[in-house]
Write a protein that binds this ligand. Structure first.
Ligand SMILES: [Zn+2]
Length: 284
């Protein structure tokens, strides 16, 4: 009899857990949600659409991403609908290799620029059976209430350039606002984007539909390094908030003083992951 009672109690607890998870799942799926994870010295962001699709942009260094994903996603949701890798440096790639092992990843979008590293070879192996597409400017990914545009690099990018310089740059657009994800792109790429945007004032190239820079939120390029966040570019993007994703006391000294000054003088608030942790945005 006692055993029977225990069984009933265990069953009721189980039902409650299921109900709670469903409740949490539904609550999240009402809005488009974007979380920039605090992954230390690296980048990783998760987009969850209203329809419950999961999109990851970069995976951060080491093994920092999985605990975040386990916090964010209900336990039955092991689908990552799309991974966007901005470039193959470890501080953007490591966590993705782990995700490919443990989640059902449906598609990968990246610049396909090769890199000589053990990690890169692991990545190549782990995407062998995943639909893998080259990312290039002009692409638009439909996310229902929102879309994701690829602004950079061009299809025939210069593979002699470093990985940072060929970072995939994309912009999430929702009627409530836009977020610009810049990877580790440098000033030269920021200036190129401004030139392309300007050329679209006069001519209507087929990729012009994506070449719009103003965005409410900017993921500051290259962890707030002075290689990036050109003053005119920040003025053009005109963000309310810049997310600076960097590690505490990192060896590169990111974010650099010049970048902080640029944001301060243009009245842009900053969210620093190493100080304030994850940064979360809802669009409804
Ligand atoms: Zn980086």
């Amino acid at each position: 009899m006692k055993e029977r009672k225990l069984e009933i109690v265990a069953f009721l607890i189980f039902c409650n857990l299921i109900a709670l998870s469903i409740f949490l799942g539904i609550r999240k799926e009402q809005d488009l949600e974007v979380v920039f994870f605090d992954v230390g010295q690296g980048d990783s962001a998760l987009i969850r659409t209203e329809e419950g699709k999961n999109i990851l942009i970069d995976g951060g260094p080491g093994q920092k991403l999985l605990p975040h994903l386990n916090d964010e996603l209900p336990f039955w949701d092991r689908d990552i609908d799309l991974i966007i890798l901005t470039h193959a440096h470890a501080d953007h790639l490591s966590g993705l290799v782990e995700v490919l092992e443990r989640f059902n990843v449906k598609k990968v979008l990246w610049n396909k620029q090769e890199h000589d590293s053990v990690l890169y070879r692991q990545w190549e192996q782990s995407i062998e059976n995943v639909k893998s597409k080259q990312a290039y400017k002009g692409q638009r990914i439909d996310l229902g209430e929102a879309y994701l545009d690829v602004l950079y690099p061009p299809k025939d990018y210069d593979s002699e350039l470093g990985l940072n310089e060929n970072s995939v740059i994309n912009r999430l657009v929702h009627e409530e606002g836009a977020i610009l994800f810049t990877g580790d792109a440098y000033e030269a790429q920021e200036i190129q984007l401004m030139e392309w945007e300007e050329s679209c004032f006069d001519e209507d190239f087929n990729w012009c539909k994506v070449m719009i820079l103003p965005s409410e939120i900017l993921k500051a390029g290259h962890h707030g390094s002075s290689t990036s966040s050109n003053y005119e570019f920040i003025e053009r993007v005109d963000p309310e908030i810049a997310v600076i994703s960097a590690g505490k006391d990192n060896r590169y000294g990111h974010p650099h003083e010049e970048t902080l000054e640029t944001f301060n003088s243009l009245g842009v608030s900053m969210h620093k992951t190493f100080k304030e942790g994850n940064f979360r945005v809802f669009f409804d």
